[in-house]
Design a protein around this ligand. Sequence first.
Ligand SMILES: NC(=O)c1ccc[n+]([C@@H]2O[C@H](COP(=O)([O-])OP(=O)(O)OC[C@H]3O[C@@H](n4cnc5c(N)ncnc54)[C@H](OP(=O)(O)O)[C@@H]3O)[C@@H](O)[C@H]2O)c1
Length: 282
Amino acid sequence: MTRLFGVMGHPVTHSLSPVMHTAAFRALRLDALYAPFDVPPRVLKPILRALILAGVEGMSVTVPLKERVVPLMDRLEGSARAIGAVNTIVVRRRRLIGYNTDGPGIVLALRELGWRAGPTRAVVLGAGGAARAVAWELMRAPGSVVTIANRRVARGRRLARWLSRACPRSRAHARALREVTLAEVELLVNATTVGMQAQDGLLIDPTRLHRGLLVYDLVYHRQTALVEAARRRGCVAANGMSMLLYQGAEALRLWLGRPAPLAPMRRALERSLQRRSIVHGQ
Ligand SMILES: NC(=O)c1ccc[n+]([C@@H]2O[C@H](COP(=O)([O-])OP(=O)(O)OC[C@H]3O[C@@H](n4cnc5c(N)ncnc54)[C@H](OP(=O)(O)O)[C@@H]3O)[C@@H](O)[C@H]2O)c1
């Protein structure tokens, strides 16, 4: 029988998960279907129930449902419990187990760029859901110092306070974007939506980017102005495609109990992003 998986969000048409997971199933010669489900928040509970009854084995969860699915889980694992957001659901005997694979996703993406896990001095731009997942993952290494720089500084301060409580062996601060200094910093992560539009500029002064700084932009739609400026300044820099790949690979491993076929998944993502940039002229 065909095995059933999917992604739910609202809207969901932008999601690249169907392309990536369909390529994985094909490479694994698995009789499985991965479908997008547009789920408005007000019908989340009945639709989730219906999907379970239909035999869905696993789901990805995207905006704006990552926090809303939390109370519907029978169990939360690892970072999903810590950060209160689920991006992957595993269904076992009709029970729902919530995971968050964004943390492992960024760690593997940074390792690919030569980053060594351990105490890190980092600046995270943004204070939304992605910033929370990334900063928490970095703060897990005792002795880390993470600065949250957000447009709305009060929101940044709230996240920094939460991080300090959640990871007491590391330190978190909040700064206004214009106050960001990078001199003592090894890692800069953009976890804002700035860069998603082709015309988006930079949130920080590019002359502060220095050789030896690793720059990672979670935006995966293109090489952003930040990535380009960082490379011009001699930094190692990449956009968020690799994180998208690795968080998806980790979800697949949780669903199937076997390693994901990374190469065909990466090729499918690259092809799809290239096609979109041609269609939208970005
Ligand atoms: N590569 C991956 O696998 C991956 C995974 C997850 C997310 N992402 C990407 O990460 C980004 C953030 O996602 P999210 O879920 O965290 O979004 P979110 O919760 O809506 O947070 C958006 C963040 O962007 C900031 N922002 C928005 N417009 C801005 C502007 N004009 N100037 C300065 N800051 C601005 C917001 O600041 P305020 O608080 O001041 O509004 C907030 O900090 C998105 O691009 C998403 O696609 C990528």
